[in-house]
Design a protein. Structure first.
Length: 358
């Protein structure tokens, strides 16, 4: 009768558990990359005992070096900022900017409390009116929006404009990629309008929207539509160009197969064209969303439409001692949101495409 060495069994079990652990770490790695947390992979592998020396080098490259670079930037900022005098005083350093960010958060909480108090008083007043047999009155809160509300307004606007741009650019890009005639028709329009600045589009969009929308709409205010359409006109080109390129780059053998199978146009697009062109389409979408976010801030500043751009312009016009620090808070907010928007698109790209390459 053959006996099994218990030590051998234990070793085999440990190796199997270790292999499963590394499989899970490798599976999680793509999501760490999506979230900008790729440094977690070597940390977890080092903790699991996978070649610690190699993993430490990766931790140094992916985590320590970026942290040192940020610290060096903050140090230079803190050293050089007080030496630059402006009409509003010295340029604020990181500490002053952080203090102003805290003040903006506190201001947002105070404004939210005032709005809640106002709504409670209106509700109480209406209860009395109903008790006296009178009709209740609707009263809208007219206080200034909080910093977070302005952020949310900008995010809503950029996504609305981006969705319109996608709905226009993707079908046109597919048509241009499949048909040389459509490509010849669209190419001169792309080359003419692609370089046009949002500052040039904004007056035209403002006049057209004002002419078409005579009355103010509560659901879609004119200022919202103007900013969103400006975003659309400036952000659709990267998606259109990349979609056309992705569709035109499809393997010709696949096109021939679709002809042999006698696929109709809709089936060919949904089953063959889109899956093959998705990586380049998503590249265009990521570029378009980034362009749209930059365009939106400029449009809000110029047109004085609600959002982060208007916040920056108002602080510039305000000219108080804290204005420059608040503008820097807004600049950092714009950059962080831009990064998060790109991560959202990269996550969608990872979900819907076969390749996760950037």
């Amino acid at each position: 009768m053959t006996t099994v060495d218990p030590n051998f069994t234990d070793t085999a079990d440990r190796e199997a558990r270790r292999a499963r652990l590394f499989t899970r770490i490798n599976a999680a790695d793509k999501w760490f990359q999506v979230l900008g947390l790729s440094w977690l992979t070597p940390v977890m592998k080092a903790a699991a005992g996978d070649n610690p020396q190699t993993q430490i080098k990766e931790i140094w490259r992916l985590l320590i070096v970026p942290i040192l670079a940020i610290c060096a930037f903050l140090l230079l900022w803190a050293m050089l900022a007080p030496k630059v005098e402006t009409s509003l005083g010295a340029v604020p350093g990181p500490a002053q900017v952080w203090d102003e960010a805290v003040n903006l958060h506190q201001d947002a909480q105070d404004k939210a409390a005032k709005k809640t108090e106002f709504e409670a008083k209106v509700a109480e007043l209406n209860e009395r009116r109903v008790a006296n047999g009178q009709e209740p009155r609707e009263r809208a809160y007219t206080g200034a929006p909080t910093y977070y509300q302005q952020i949310w307004t900008s995010i809503q606007t950029v996504f609305f404009g981006f969705l319109i741009a996608t709905a226009i650019a993707v079908p046109l890009g597919i048509a241009a990629g499949l048909s040389p005639t459509a490509n010849a028709a669209l190419n001169p329009l792309i080359q003419i309008f692609k370089p046009v600045s949002p500052l040039a589009w904004l007056p035209i969009v403002t006049m057209v929207v004002s002419a078409l929308a005579a009355a103010e709409n509560e659901l879609l205010p004119k200022s919202f539509v103007i900013s969103a359409v400006t975003v659309t006109l400036c952000s659709l080109w990267p998606t259109l160009i990349n979609t056309a390129l992705g569709v035109a780059s499809i393997d010709k053998d696949l096109i021939n197969v679709s002809k042999v199978l006698k696929m109709n146009t809709w089936t060919k697009i949904t089953k063959l064209v889109l899956p093959s062109a998705l990586p380049l389409i998503f590249t265009g979408l990521r570029l378009s969303l980034g362009v749209g976010w930059m365009v939106l801030i400029a449009a809000e500043m110029l047109a004085q439409n609600p959002g982060l751009g208007k916040f920056v312009w108002d602080e510039f016009q305000n000219g108080s001692s804290s204005s420059l620090a608040r503008i820097m808070v807004a600049v950092l907010t714009i950059g962080i949101i831009g990064f998060l928007l790109d991560r959202v698109m990269y996550a969608l790209q990872s979900l819907f495409t076969f390749s996760n390459n950037r």
